[in-house]
Each structure stands twice: as structure tokens, then as C-alpha cells.
Design a protein. Sequence first.
Length: 214
Amino acid sequence: MDRRARIRERHHRAIIDAAASLLDAKGADGFTVDELAKRAEVSRRTVFNHFASVDDIVIAVCTEVLGDVVETFESRRSASAGTTHASVFEELAEALRSTDLVNPIAYLTRVLRTPDDKPSQRQAVVLLRAFTEVSQRLSAEMLRRHPEADELTTRLLVSSLIGGLVVLHNHWLAATGGSADTASRAVWDELIDQLIVRTRDGYSSTASLGAPTS
């Protein structure tokens, strides 16, 4: 990269790192753009040259926090003997099962909480956009691994699983309060199993809508 590109990348990284630090210390509603610029050692104008809004910065941090699922998937070698919808699905399902998502989701729950500790539209939007970014990254990686796969089918499959995590988060939060202890992990694992089974088996009128068995 040329010098200008290196400077831009350094500033971008500094802004995200500073935002992550401020999020951890003060939460999403606890810092201003001026504080962020000062912590990142850049100007306010530079911050907005990289991100259109504070929420976009928060989403970038959240996406990185959730990026472990992508990194886990990228580090795994495919055990499937070909490219079928079933084999692609099982690759993704195994990545979700083997990735520690409780810690990052507990962290995001904490930093995105409002002062009155009530769910907010902003929190829901930020989480949804962060999960959408993860879905896009996973889709790109799956299509890179399996260039012969149908793109639409692959993206639908990935988005079904990753989009389901947003729903799981709400149920997990209601059941655990956002903790990251052993009991909370057991709740998450059970919810992941339900997501995988429901997505694999579908929701046809002939399928039972009771609690699924994995």
C-alpha cells in the first residue's frame, strides 16, 4: 500500500480500537465523538471520514467481536466429500456449535444496554446489522470454498442460521439476564441445537412445533 493508504488504515484501526475501549468502559451511550477522536488521536473530521455515524462505529466493533464465528469457520477444513445443501449446512452448524459465542454476546449485551437496562430499538438495530455483516462474511467464505455452489441458495442458508442468532439472543437474555456462567452456556447450547434442528428440518405444516430434539 502507498503511504496515504497506510495512514488511512492506521486511522481506521485506531478509531475502532478507541471505540472498543470506550464501549467497554462506558457503554454505547456513554461517550461522545469528541472523546472518541481524542482517544484515537485523530480529528473529529477524520472520524466522520471513516464512519457516517457513531452507530456505524459501534456496529464495526460489534462485528469484530462476533467475528470469532467467522474465524472459527475459516480455520476449519471442510470434511464434506462434495458440495450439497446438506453438507454446506452441516459445516456451518458445526462452526456454530464449536464457537464460543456466549462471551462475545454477553459483552455486546452489556455495552449496548441502556441506562435504564431496558431493550431499545437502537440495540436491536445494532445487533441485527452486526449479525448481517457476519452473515455476509460467512457467505463469502462458503462461496470461496465451494465455487460450484449456487450463490442464492448458499446465502439463504447462511442468513437463515445467522439471522436466527438474533432471535436466540432475545430468548437467551430473558432466561439468563446476560450472564456468561455455566448455566448460561447450557441455555445457549440448547438454543443453538433448536436453531440447527429447526433450520435443517424446516417448518412445514407436518412438522411438530413443540420443543425439537437434536
